[in-house]
Design a protein around this ligand. Sequence first.
Ligand code: ADP
Ligand code: MG
Ligand code: ZN
Length: 477
Amino acid sequence: MRETEYETVIGLEVHVELATKSKIFCGCSTAFGAAPNTQVCPVCAGLPGALPVLNRRVVELAMAVGLAAHCHIGRVCRFDRKNYFYPDNPQNYQISQLYLPICRNGSLSIDTPAGEKQIRIHEIHMEEDAGKLIHDEWSDCSLVDYNRSGVPLIEIVSEPDLRNAEEVIAYLERLRLLIRYLGASDCRLQEGSMRADVNLSVREAGSRSLGTRTEMKNLNSFKAIAHAIEGERRRQIERLREGKSVVQETRRWDDNKEASFSMRSKEDAKDYRYFPDPDLPPVFIDEEWISRVRARLPEFQPEKQKRYQEQYGLSAEDSRILTESRRLAELFEETARLSGLPQKAANWLTGETGRLLKERGREADSLSFSPEHLAALIGLLESGRINRNTARLAFARMFDDDTDPLAYVTEHGLLTERDDSALEEAVRAALEENPGPAAQYREGKTKAFGFLMGQVMRKMDKKADPGHVRRLLEEML
Ligand code: ADP
Ligand code: MG
Ligand code: ZN
């Protein structure tokens, strides 16, 4: 008998911390890394009688993400209290949105081996983050830091349209790029500014109904997500093959042990006793407000990539790399404009830039050199005033602290020799010292030319413009 084939079904709940200056319902700072409990007020500490006031910027960022993900924006949205008791949650309820979330019915397209695929988005809602518990192994108590309490979050809930780890990662990458383009968050999984909960079930291939799902939390890298999906898929299939059932529950993935563990059985929504927050009035969103937010949306990655190929004649691959960060794309467009040499700009921003980013362990969004300096560097190199070696040196300095390349090469005496008499002298000397190769070249052995070039460059201390040397050497041969 053939064994039953199973299909994996996955839906994601993604929390993203929004990059606002202040918290969602009070004026406290959201800056990361402050001493514990120094960014706290009666509102975000949940003191009785304190009243929340909604941060307008949070609504606009949530709306922008929703519009970018083709969602319908609700004309009225409202906040609800999700009641639960836990020490990181000082009010004993979290302010979230259940009944009237801000965005509904969107979609994001991802690339799969079988072509483009639409992943439907069920909703996006706004909510507040909880504080952070610190479990100190050496003491018999836990500590809590409320600096994070009240930091704005959006939760993006997908429909169960994903089928494997590759699709999940493609979806998360698409979402992350979109949110970074908006400047709405840096979306770092490791640091918790983006957190993905994976809901996973399996069903017999061909079946249209959904199997019982589990939810996995604590996934802080794409690698952990891929491992967790593979591990949980196998665990569920094994249970079904043994004739057991899958229990609907929340499981914690331990990437070191490469296994998931039951955390708690999944509460029903009603256990949270949701009800509209009486302290916060509903938010009315009119067409005009939506239009204003829509008008400010940037050109996103897919359109940008396409435009670069058409407008600048770049390859699909160069265009993809340049548009993977909005900062990089801006640097490229400005440098292309200032230098008039888009392909040269693209080469520096993909090649050397990529290499140095990797070496320094940095991300493209953090690039800090100016397009003026890169354009100047390209100009110096292309006009032959510096050679490629020098250009690389100057670029590395510029990459680290935006050093002006012209000032740098002037200061270090790295401009190519313009003094033709010195160069002529070097060529003459090289020809005299190497009569063999010179004769070979004259007899038609072009290989000897490279050798003679090298000799001249060495005599010039590598400070000559190779194009110039080539011309002079040809002439004098
Ligand atoms: P809850 O409110 O309990 O978190 P939801 O119905 O809102 O549950 O679903 C949460 C997430 O789980 C969504 O992303 C949804 O697509 C996904 N999901 C729901 N049912 C299944 C299932 N049977 N298999 C896989 N994913 C599922
Ligand atoms: Mg959930
Ligand atoms: Zn506060």
